[in-house]
Design a protein around this ligand. Structure first.
Ligand code: MEZ
Length: 607
């Protein structure tokens, strides 16, 4: 490649990138995906398209290395220059999205304002990050062929960085800890192994549980931290750490206020399974909570110029001779191995639902089950937290979510049931209280024919929750002008489905579900059209993890806090006991992320 090609040559690439936008078909809508099992692993042929790698395509258009890498050709782990150059030539994401055509617009994604290099790679085959969760078969330019250039990345020779607090994992807990610690005056670095921030939090759908909030008061919902505490303990089969649950419940309204203060919209309040009142907070109209919160957190971190490092995998937590955590060793994609010295380390790297081997090692019976998690949820923090002396608790407590779209990794939010959907089996019969806890609902589905069920809704329920449009968009929904038509579409018996829905409607009208004792039945199912979504249980959440105390300090095997080591979010154990209630995960990330940020800032600033 030569370095003399003028910049206007970039424009020659535009058609490729537009095509890419049409073909990378990805994540337009929260939790959306095709439902066929074979689509889970896109075929090689589908992913590999002619033209070789992106480098080859650029070369063919006489675009030189400096055009993408800048004059000095230094690639940092955030791939800053490359991404800046992509945008200079092809335009920012929203502009790319406007050019998109076709059923799904890859550039108008729920992933938010992300780097081009999340999906498009220069020197190795491009494979959209989205394919970790979604399963679209599509060829993308630059997705295959031999490497056009084998060039060693430029590595920094600086082997040690220093900060007050280093935080591992840029999901909601990590971002919240980073923002809180920064605002308290501490210098922070946030490292993320993925090429994108957001973790599983970005996929969170149904809402964030909080009790006695201003939003509930406005809607006349009577709730209290005490009721939230009881619901959470009952959901967790009373095996939760009550001190942590008390904090979760008592600080939840404060967490909602904090989110509102940094620009989040959590004004809609709905019901999720296991809750005795409506306390799941989410954006207006019932949109998904996670994508919105991650957008807000990213923006707040960027506004504060917090040092967020992508493509940066933690190898180990470093400790001194006294056992105090003194920082981490990291491997940057381009920078290679280096150390970040810090006065405190916060692990916020999530759970292990996407690590099939680890899941099977704790629960062999879950072998081969799908997951609703992003591919990075592999339990790294539990591994290096344990190596640093942390105690792991509750590792066998792995949650199955009852409604993952059949044959996919797409979560169908519990809020669909919360807003009125029922579950029927292949015959068209109800078989469970749809709002029972997740473990009970999942177990009931697994007893049905083909270990699957259908969620049944009508037009009215569809309109009540914005997230449902996503499932239509991704063709997960079967429909019928009448219940009989719908029965035909899903292979159920028309008389059976009609009778099931009529009986349920009577239960709604008389407020008495004689059959399954469902307490909350907000809507009848009477308004055409009628819809069905095929669902099956999938690995959703790992309740176990590093033991922490009320200040988020990681506890060792002797029951003592490890100096300098903290943890928050799904990487920890204890808050949820044997079974987490829907909506308590995001709640935990914000509340305990804030505690981790405040506590560590106090310690490092010696306030
Ligand atoms: O907290 C969750 O896991 C949740 C609310 C999931 C969902 O069904 O939307």
């Amino acid at each position: 490649m030569n370095n003399r090609i003028p910049r206007q040559k970039y424009s020659a690439l535009l058609p490729f990138v537009v095509l890419l936008g049409m073909l990378v078909i990805s994540c337009t809508v929260p939790q959306a995906q095709h439902s066929r099992q074979e689509a889970l692993e896109p075929t090689k042929a589908a992913l590999v398209s002619p033209g070789g790698s992106l480098v080859a395509i650029h070369e063919a258009k006489a675009v030189d290395c400096a055009a993408c890498h800048g004059k000095n050709q230094v690639v940092d782990d955030n791939e800053t220059i490359v991404n800046t150059k992509c945008i200079e030539c092809h335009g920012p994401l929203p502009e790319m999205a406007k050019k998109g055509k076709g059923h799904i617009n890859a550039h108008k994604s729920h992933l938010g304002q992300i780097n081009c290099t999340v999906c498009h790679h220069g020197h190795v085959a491009s494979r959209p990050y989205c394919l970790g969760c979604h399963s679209f078969n599509m060829p993308i330019p630059g997705s295959g062929g031999p490497l056009a250039v084998k060039k060693e990345p430029v590595r920094s020779d600086k082997k040690v960085d220093s900060t007050d607090i280093v935080i591992v994992g840029a999901g909601a807990a990590g971002f919240t800890a980073a923002i809180t610690a920064h605002d308290a005056g501490a210098k922070v670095i946030l490292v993320e192994k993925n090429p994108i921030t957001g973790g599983n939090s970005m996929l969170s759908a149904g809402g964030m549980n909080a009790a006695a909030t201003q939003m509930q008061t406005k809607k006349n919902i009577k709730d209290s931290p005490d009721i939230m505490f009881k619901d959470t303990m009952t959901g967790g089969k009373n095996t939760n750490n009550p001190a942590l649950v008390k904090i979760l419940a008592e600080k939840s309204a404060e967490s909602i206020d904090w989110l509102t203060s940094i620009g989040a919209d959590v004004s809609d309040v709905g019901r999720l399974a296991g809750a005795t009142v409506n306390r799941a907070h989410r954006p207006t109209g019932g949109a998904a909570i996670g994508a919105h919160l991650v957008d807000v957190l990213r923006k707040n971190a960027a506004d504060r110029k917090i040092d967020v490092r992508l493509n940066s995998r933690v190898i180990q937590v470093l400790r001194d001779n006294n056992g105090r955590a003194t920082g981490i060793q990291v491997e940057g994609k381009h920078r290679g191995l280096y150390v970040i010295n810090a006065k405190a380390v916060i692990i916020a790297s999530g759970g292990f639902s996407a690590n099939a081997v680890m899941v099977e090692s704790y629960r062999p019976e879950y072998k081969g089950m799908t997951t609703s998690n992003q591919p990075g949820a592999t339990g790294d923090g539990m591994r290096f937290g344990e190596t640093a002396g942390g105690k792991l608790i509750g590792m066998k407590d792995i949650q199955i979510h009852p409604t993952v779209a059949y044959g996919s990794r797409i979560l169908i939010t519990e809020a669909v049931r919360g807003n009125g959907a029922i579950l029927v089996n292949k015959e068209g019969k109800r078989f469970v209280n749809e709002l029972t806890t997740r473990d009970a609902a999942s177990a009931a589905i697994l007893k049905q024919q083909d270990k699957m069920a259908y969620l049944i809704i009508d037009e009215n329920i569809r309109k009540s929750l914005r997230q449902i449009e996503g499932y239509f968009h991704l063709e997960l929904v079967k429909e019928g002008a009448t219940l009989r038509d719908l029965a035909a579409a899903i292979g159920a018996h028309p008389d059976t489905l009609e009778a099931t829905v009529a009986k349920y409607n009577t239960a709604v009208e008389t407020k008495n579900d004689v059959e399954f004792k469902r307490a909350d039945m907000p809507r009848v199912i009477k308004t055409p059209k009628f819809y069905a979504i095929g669902v099956q249980p999938g690995i959703h959440y790992t309740m176990g993890g590093l033991e922490i105390d009320e200040q988020t300090r990681v506890i060792d095997n002797n029951g003592k806090p490890i100096p300098g080591l903290y943890a928050a979010g799904e990487v920890t154990g204890g808050v949820h006991g044997a079974n987490r209630l829907g909506g308590n995960s995001i709640s935990e990330t914000i509340t305990f992320g804030r505690i981790a940020g405040t506590t560590t800032a106090k310690v490092v600033l010696k306030k």
